[in-house]
Design a protein around this ligand. Structure first.
Ligand SMILES: Cc1cc2nc3c(=O)[nH]c(=O)nc-3n(C[C@H](O)[C@H](O)[C@H](O)COP(=O)(O)OP(=O)(O)OC[C@H]3O[C@@H](n4cnc5c(N)ncnc54)[C@H](O)[C@@H]3O)c2cc1C
Length: 381
């Protein structure tokens, strides 16, 4: 694994860092406080090219390599997990169409998705079903060449503004994946408010009341909805959440380094206390380790290595757990100020907590990684 960035990767990271600092960061606190991403920022993101950055050039995407994609995600996730989550779900939906869509479906949906003219959200979770995705209760009943969708999806990131939804349902007991357009009759969308973290991610609950969806909108074969389509999309989501978590760790470290240099208690500045320095060292190690695992996952993805899926799970589990620990320490290091909205660290902690739940909870990754451990992949390296 070559840990040096190419000139192109370096330039892409610098560009993402500037975009994050100039365009997103000025809004980051407000996004969190007001539970929304302002339309002007949504427009800037749509125009930025970042929504389609990792999608195929054939359809107008940027076609960037996984390392560049990860670095870009880390930079954006460093300033706003809410905004980063828009890139995540959009990529999940569009990548699923890229991989499993027919030629007609790709020609219909990928150009506007690659251009950021349309946004796609990922609708798997339901009020009563999360981790056990195979047991979703939304039903798709066949009526000729149409499927009638009935059920409720909840916690759908950027569902309040998405133009398309990748929806999962059971059709005669077999999972199917369908693209549903926002304006379809019988689809009711309402906000999910007062969430703990990623508060600007414009979460929605979707209610399908016998929504008629043409068979032309089914992605992949009947029966492959969860095992193939959702799993592949979630793999992209985990990659993004892993890098986004390294961004949170980076943000925590940055905030703490600044704070301990100016905050004085007793005769010394906080930076001179050894226990504080130990925590800073642990944060630095956490960031370096999380980024290294993310980088490994990106390199394996670039090589098309079959281990990439589990190495992405490993990176996601480690980085999101590390982000929670580091963010907790960051709040403590800020004392009472850490509990106030005048400092960003409480937001980082709330967002880091969400990172350990989305795209598979810590426990689900632990279960999968334990099975992976039995395969002893490291002995083969
Ligand atoms: C901010 C936010 C954004 C989200 N965005 C989306 C989105 O865009 N699209 C979407 O489809 N979903 C989304 N979700 C939902 C998310 O994917 C689910 O919350 C997640 O999959 C966990 O499911 P659950 O909440 O139902 O928890 P549950 O599955 O009920 O789990 C509860 C607890 O039990 C544990 N548990 C469950 N099963 C097992 C087991 N077999 N062994 C051991 N422990 C177990 C879990 O690890 C967890 O600790 C979002 C959630 C949040 C908070």
């Amino acid at each position: 694994m070559d840990l040096r960035l190419t000139d192109e990767q370096h330039a892409r990271r610098e560009a993402a860092r500037r975009f994050a600092a100039d365009v997103i960061e000025p809004w980051a606190e407000r996004i969190d406080r007001e539970d929304t991403t302002p339309p002007s920022l949504q427009a800037a993101l749509r125009a930025s090219g970042y929504l389609g950055a990792a999608l195929p050039t054939e359809w107008g995407g940027g076609g960037i390599d996984p390392v560049s994609h990860g670095l870009m995600t880390e930079e954006i996730g460093r300033v706003s997990s809410s905004v980063r989550s828009l890139l995540t779900v959009h990529d999940m939906g569009a990548q699923a169409i890229t991989r499993f869509g027919t030629a007609e479906q790709k020609a219909r949906w990928l150009p506007p998705l690659c251009a950021g003219e349309k946004i796609i959200a990922f609708a798997l979770s339901e009020p009563d079903v999360g981790s056990a995705a195979q047991t979703i209760q939304t039903r798709a009943v066949e009526r000729g060449n149409t499927l009638l969708l009935t059920g409720v999806k909840r916690w759908i990131t950027y569902g309040l503004v998405a133009d398309l939804f990748l929806v999962f349902a059971q059709c005669d007991g077999m999972p199917v994946a369908l693209v549903v357009e926002r304006e379809t009759a019988g689809l009711h969308i309402k906000p999910v408010t007062n969430v703990f973290g990623m508060r600007g991610a414009m979460l929605a609950e979707l209610r399908f009341d016998g929504v008629a969806v043409s068979r032309d909108c089914q992605i992949g074969p009947t029966g492959a909805g969860i095992t193939f389509v959702a799993s592949a999309a979630l793999d992209h989501g985990r990659f993004s959440v892993a890098w986004g978590s390294t961004g949170i760790i980076q943000a925590c470290l940055h905030a703490c380094l600044g704070y301990v240099q100016q905050r004085r208690q007793g005769a010394s500045r906080l930076k001179d206390y050894q226990l504080i320095r130990r925590q800073l060292a642990d944060m630095l190690v956490a960031h370096t380790a999380a980024r290294a695992l993310c980088y490994r996952s990106a390199c394996l993805r670039a090589q098309g290595d079959p281990r990439a899926v589990m190495e992405t799970s490993l990176a996601k589990y480690h980085a999101s757990a590390a982000a929670m620990r580091v963010a907790t320490d960051a709040v403590h290091m800020h004392g009472a100020n850490g509990c106030s909205e005048d400092y960003p660290v409480s937001r980082y902690l709330r967002d880091a907590t969400v990172m350990g739940i989305v795209e598979g909870t810590h426990e689900m990754h632990q279960l999968a990684l334990a099975s992976y451990a039995f395969q002893r992949p490291y002995l083969l390296d």
